[in-house]
Design a protein. Structure first.
Length: 453
């Protein structure tokens, strides 16, 4: 197995953690996690979520890192290199398709964050009633042009970073953007927990109420752990192909998972104290950050400034994630079609943007057009989050647990014996038995019972 030697790579440990955590921390943490937690009983959901991050998230992440670093190529090429002459490369193709699909709708929501930054900077949110804020959001989504323009701007920003390569693009911007993201979150967290009655929100998030837990809650928590940690489609396989041979895969996976979880909890401690302080229901769902939060910003002193900080934070979180998804497709095009990174970036971004237009328009002019009873946006989300990600995750653990030789797996995880990796037997047991069964459960549930996020 020859690994190309002239490939770009990450230059530092911090760069690797920033980039992988940048991929993981995204709309899934700041937009989805609070509203799913809000709808699923708060603290009890959080506990179950933590359980899945540890039990499944970390082992699946180590598996993706192993495939990527050992394969040394894009997601398709890595499977081809590790399993020559077998159809395993199909998992790589699934990953590229999933990247295409996710980015098409994710960039639509990412674009909304730019509209809200401009709104916060120009007119602000004060003096608007809840119904005005709600109408503003609905009218914006129904507009045939504006959301698409913002989506285009977001894709251009993403493409610009990816075109710069690993060290001088992805690593450089993540090292700069991730600390800003943490700083902004901490500022907002301090503001939120010092509002009157903030403790009610904290109690909601941290005090488990198991009466709200059902099978569905458990499966939701598992699906959310997958999406939030960027697992199942090869974003982390692709990033790991740029890791260095001396990097500790196990420790990196633990650090990235901890960072992602810490930031999801921090986002919860921004949202819930504020929501409870103003006596708003925490169960608003997807509009929680686009309608409920502006309502809160309209009531607090310096609310517009906090509004700007919040929506910039959301845009930054989304950007470091879209970069990792685009990289999956760009690495694939560049290496398999043997074209330059710049050409591959243009080709990938333009084609994804074209699909993305349909996702955006499904809230406006195309809102009557449905696929199997779902809007285009929901159908793309369903295809990615419910079929391609869990399906990809399942095949990834089966590949690592059952196809890869035990000695090769240990060799990669222990850096050829230079690390002790005492967790290896537990890890291998999880990827052989527990993870496939658990993921198969989400997969079957989501295919047959509908929308898991
Ligand atoms: N983890 C990202 C989030 O939480 O928003 C979303 C995501 C990025 C999913 C990259 C999958 C992926 F490959």
């Amino acid at each position: 197995m020859s690994v190309p030697t002239n490939r770009d790579s990450f230059g530092s440990k911090f760069g690797i953690i920033a980039a992988a955590a940048g991929s993981a921390v995204g709309l899934g943490n700041i937009w989805k996690f609070p509203y799913i937690t809000g709808q699923n009983g708060g603290g009890a959901f959080l506990l179950i979520y933590l359980f899945f991050v540890l039990l499944l998230g970390v082992p699946v992440m180590i598996s993706e890192f192993t495939i990527g670093r050992r394969g040394g190529r894009n997601v398709f090429g890595s499977f081809k290199a590790l399993a020559p002459g077998s159809p395993w490369y199909f998992v790589g193709i699934m990953g590229v398709v999933a990247a295409f699909v996710i980015l098409s709708f994710y960039s639509a929501v990412a674009g909304w964050t730019l509209e809200y930054i401009i709104k916060a900077v120009t007119v602000g949110f004060s003096n608007q009633s809840t119904s005005e804020l709600g109408d503003a959001f609905t009218n914006f989504l129904a507009n045939p042009i504006r959301p698409i323009v913002w989506q285009l701007v977001f894709m251009v920003l993403t493409a610009f970073i990816v075109a710069g390569g690993i060290k001088n693009g992805i690593e450089k911007y993540n090292k700069f953007l991730m600390p800003i993201l943490v700083l902004f979150l901490i500022i907002l967290c301090i503001r939120s927990v010092t509002l009157p009655n903030a403790s009610k929100g904290l109690a909601f998030l941290f005090k488990p109420d198991f009466s709200k837990v059902s099978i569905k809650t458990i499966l939701f928590a598992m699906g959310q752990a997958f999406f939030s940690l960027s697992l199942g489609m090869g974003a982390l396989i692709t990033y790991a192909s740029y890791f260095r041979k001396s990097d500790d895969l196990g420790r990196t996976a633990v650090n990235v998972s901890l960072a992602d979880t810490f930031i999801a909890i921090l986002a919860g401690t921004v949202i819930f104290p504020a929501v409870f302080s103003f006596n708003i229901e925490p169960t608003a769902g997807p509009s929680l950050v686009f309608i409920t939060l502006p309502e809160i910003f309209s009531h607090i002193p310096l609310g517009n400034i906090f509004g700007i900080i919040f929506f910039v934070l959301l845009a930054v979180a989304a950007l470091t994630s879209t970069v990792s998804v685009l990289e999956v497709v760009v690495a694939y095009f560049a290496e398999e079609l043997k074209i330059s990174r710049k050409k591959a970036t243009v080709l990938a971004s333009v084609s994804i943007f074209i699909l993305g237009i349909f996702a955006s328009l499904s809230f406006g002019p195309l809102d009557r057009f449905t696929i199997l009873g779902k809007s285009i946006f929901d159908a793309l989300d369903f295809l990615a989050s419910n079929i391609l990600l869990p399906g990809g995750g399942l095949l990834i653990v089966i590949f690592v647990g059952w196809y890869l030789k035990k000695s090769d797996l240990y060799d990669e995880i222990s850096n050829s014996g230079s690390l002790k990796a005492r967790y290896f037997p537990v890890y291998r047991f999880i990827v052989r038995f527990i993870a496939p069964l658990a993921i198969a459960a989400i997969f079957i549930y989501s295919v047959f019972f509908g929308s898991l996020g």
